[in-house]
Design a binder for this molecule. Structure first.
Ligand code: TYD
Length: 229
C-alpha cells in the first residue's frame, strides 16, 4: 500500500492442528486483503529454505530427537524472520501459516518443557494477531486421510496414535489461547465460507486499529518533517 511507514506493522499468524484448514483460510484472507488494497506477503513454516527442507525430510523419516527437531524449527524460524521483517519494513501485511506458537504447542505435546521452548524462540516477536483454527482431531484427520487409507490393524494403530497426539496439541493450543491476549479462537469445523467469514471478522477488528496507528504514524512523520523545515 502507498505511504507505508516504518513504524506500523501487521503480522498475522494462522495456527491449528494438521487438517484444520490453515492453508485454505490463509490464502482466502490474503486474497481478500489484496482486494482491499493491501500488499500482502503470504508465507509458511516450516519454510522451503535449507533448514526447512532438512526438517521436512526428518519429519517424514522420524530421524531426529524431539529436542533436535525443536532446535531446527527455531533455526528455520530465525532465517524466516529475516524475510518477514524485510516485508514488514516495506509496509506489507505478513500472513504466516504457522509461527513459533506451533513449536510451543507441538513440541510441548511431544514432551518438551514449555519454558525451554519459549526460551529458544524468544528472539521471535509476538504476532499482532494469532488466528487459531479449532477443530476436533478426528474431524481434522478425516480431512487429511484419503478414503480407504486407514485399513488394517497397523493403520488403525497409527491413526489412533496420531489422534492422541493431536488431542494433546489441541489442548496445548487452547492453553496458549487462554494465556496470550493476541489469540483468537475460531471454531473451524464449518464450511470454508463460514470459517472465512469468522476469520475476516477477527482480522477487520485488528485492521481498524492498524489503520488508526498508521494514520497517527503518518501524521507524526508529517509534523516532524514540517518542524524540520
Ligand atoms: P505443516 O504445516 O503440516 O506443513 P505441510 O502441510 O507442508 O506438511 O507442518 C508440518 C508439520 O510440522 C506439522 O505436523 C506441524 C509440525 N510443526 C511443529 O511440530 N513445530 C513447528 O514449530 C512447526 C512450524 C511445525
Amino acid at each position: 500500500m502507498e505511504g507505508a511507514n516504518f513504524t506500523t506493522m501487521l503480522l498475522l499468524a494462522f495456527e491449528g492442528i494438521d487438517g484444520s484448514g490453515k492453508g485454505t483460510q490463509a490464502k482466502l484472507l490474503a486474497r481478500w486483503l489484496r482486494e482491499r488494497g493491501y500488499e500482502v506477503f503470504l508465507t509458511r513454516e516450516p519454510t522451503g529454505g535449507a533448514i526447512g527442507r532438512v526438517l521436512r525430510r526428518g519429519l517424514s523419516t522420524s530421524c531426529f530427537l524431539p529436542r533436535t527437531e525443536a532446535l531446527l524449527f527455531a533455526a528455520d524460524r530465525s532465517e524466516h524472520l529475516r524475510e518477514i521483517m524485510e516485508h514488514l519494513h516495506e509496509g506489507r501485511i505478513v500472513v504466516t501459516e504457522r509461527y513459533f506458537y506451533s513449536s510451543l504447542a507441538y513440541q510441548s505435546a511431544a514432551g518438551l518443557e514449555l519454558e525451554w521452548l519459549r526460551s529458544i524462540n524468544s528472539f521471535a516477536p509476538e504476532a499482532d494477531l494469532v488466528i487459531y483454527l479449532d477443530v476436533d482431531p478426528e474431524v481434522a484427520l478425516e480431512r487429511i486421510t484419503s478414503p480407504g487409507s486407514l485399513r488394517g490393524v497397523t493403520r488403525e494403530r497409527e491413526h489412533f496414535e496420531r489422534r492422541e497426539f493431536l488431542e494433546r496439541v489441541r489442548e496445548a493450543y487452547l492453553e496458549l489461547a487462554r494465556e496470550y491476549d493476541n489469540f483468537e479462537v475460531v471454531p473451524a469445523e464449518g464450511s470454508i465460507e463460514e470459517v472465512q467469514t469468522a476469520v475476516r471478522r477477527r482480522v477487520s477488528a485488528r485492521l481498524a486499529a492498524f489503520e488508526r496507528e498508521r494514520k497517527t504514524g503518518e501524521q507524526r512523520a508529517l509534523e516532524d518533517f514540517l518542524a524540520r523545515r
